[in-house]
Design a protein around this ligand. Structure first.
Ligand code: SF4
Length: 449
């Protein structure tokens, strides 16, 4: 099995992932897939912004039908970007989606818990993929590994690697090589270890499927960007990674310039790379991508953040240095100090604030996730030492928030569930009361504890 796959493009040609090419930049729609108009409009906007691959959530058959229409309308408008169906729970939906779009992402943790039955499900899916020239992503996430694996290995990087290897061996035995694999986690140390273990295991068994890299539920703003960049850049620096998604709880178009930066930097095609790789001790000699700007930060400031994340990430993870020493020309001391704090937290060396995790949202999200996440961060800014999660849906949210201390999980219909660890403390809370109640629960727990 080679470290290269070809994804059919809808209007002809192929998108090649792997084989030492620059990492392919991808993102995911946060529209409801069944809203065909909104999804087509967002896909066109994301394609214009540089997405090379666009994923949409497909929870039911209704979304498979919508996806077929989205596929047709995009092609009619000349959009040649391949689409990926994100399927979580049933192999039957994956099989239908594989006949409609160019790639399907499955989460093995949600396939049949019995290994032999899961193998049969995969064999049926692979048969359809082969017939329609559809690629697959084996997309494992820390937090949704499935009971059999967690009983054997715990919810650990080893468990993630073992689960991935089981499925990759099945693909190999089926002689199906159009497969990408991902092992995402919101905890950067877990994510790094899982990918490193998987790369070593594939090497040992002499098959090499391309890697899709990402830090899941990375959050937003500077923390989300820096968390993604320290982890993804560490792996790219080690020669691992063939396609990237930078997950942000923001407009998905905001993910693309960050992912593009990483892809260009590690393929040697970044503008002004010679001076900017040491930007914190030098000045910018070329204007950075204007699309990097967000919030109150200019494109130059974001470029400095990303440069510093890439320059210092691996050194901090591998404990080659204790603290980053930042001198950002033209920036205030406060900017440099804040950047250093963010780097230390992203690499899990020192926590200066609570750790926030939030999914990017998708077609399953039934509330204003971005606004709520900002509000939760604002209202809990005085707290330290917690992991606080804000998740878009009750279907995948509780599992995916892995090691959160507190969780705010949207149920739909204006209702929210509040979690302490894995335990739902309150269900069906109106959105308007949920943040107050979350703060009250945290306060009560501190009083008791
Ligand atoms: S947890 Fe978030 S990104 Fe994942 S399926 Fe639910 S809404 Fe979508």
């Amino acid at each position: 099995m080679s470290n290269e796959i070809r994804i059919r493009k809808p209007l002809g040609g192929y998108l090649i992932i792997g084989g030492r090419r620059p990492a392919v930049v991808q993102t995911m729609c946060n529209t409801h897939t069944s809203d065909v108009e909104a999804s087509v409009a967002q896909c066109l906007r994301l394609a214009d912004a540089g997405a090379e691959l666009i994923r949409l959530t497909v929870p039911t058959r209704a979304e498979v039908r919508a996806l077929a229409e989205i596929r047709a309308r995009l092609a009619a408008q000349g959009c040649n970007v391949p689409l990926v169906a994100d399927v979580h729970f049933t192999s039957d939906i994956a099989i239908e989606a594989a006949q409609v779009v160019e790639k399907v992402r499955i989460n093995p943790g949600n396939f049949h818990p019995d290994f032999e039955k899961a193998r049969e499900q995969l064999a049926r899916l692979v048969e359809v993929c082969r017939k329609h020239e559809t690629a697959l992503r084996i997309g494992l996430n820390h937090g949704s590994l499935g009971k059999r694996i967690t009983d054997l290995y715990g919810n650990t990087p080893v468990g993630m690697k073992e689960a991935a290897m089981e499925w990759l061996r099945m693909c190999r035995d089926l002689d199906f090589g159009q497969v990408v694999v991902s092992l995402k986690a919101s905890n950067t140390l877990v994510m790094l270890e899982a990918y490193r273990l998987l790369a070593a295991a594939m090497e040992q068994e002499d098959f090499h499927f391309p890697l899709h890299l990402g830090v899941t539920e990375a959050g937003n703003g500077e923390s989300g960007r820096i968390k993604s960049c320290v982890a993804i850049s560490t792996l790219l620096e080690e020669g691992l990674g063939d396609t990237i998604r930078v997950s942000l709880t923001e407009d998905p178009a905001a993910e693309l310039p960050v992912a593009r930066y990483l892809s260009q930097r590690y393929s040697g095609t970044l503008s002004a790379a010679s001076s900017l790789t040491q930007c914190y001790s030098d000045t910018l000699t070329a204007a950075p991508d204007p699309a990097l700007a967000f919030g109150d930060y200019s494109a130059e400031q974001v470029r400095l953040m990303l440069d510093a994340a890439c320059d210092y990430g691996k050194k901090l993870f591998d404990k080659e240095i204790d603290e980053p020493v930042l001198h950002c020309p033209g920036q205030s001391e406060a900017f440099c100090a804040h950047l250093a704090d963010e780097l230390m937290q992203a690499c899990r060396r020192r926590f200066y604030k609570s750790e926030y995790i939030a999914c990017p949202g998708c077609g399953r999200t039934m509330y204003n996730l971005e606004k709520t996440f900002n509000e939760v961060q604002r209202r809990t800014a005085h707290l330290k030492g917690y992991v606080i999660a804000v998740m878009g849906c009750i279907v995948n949210g509780p599992g995916e928030m892995a090691d959160a201390d507190w969780g705010y999980v949207g149920e739909g219909n204006g209702k929210v569930s509040l979690y302490q660890g894995k335990t739902p403390l309150r269900r069906h809370i109106p959105e308007s009361e949920a943040i107050d109640l979350l703060l009250q629960l945290i306060h009560e727990s501190e009083q008791q504890g």
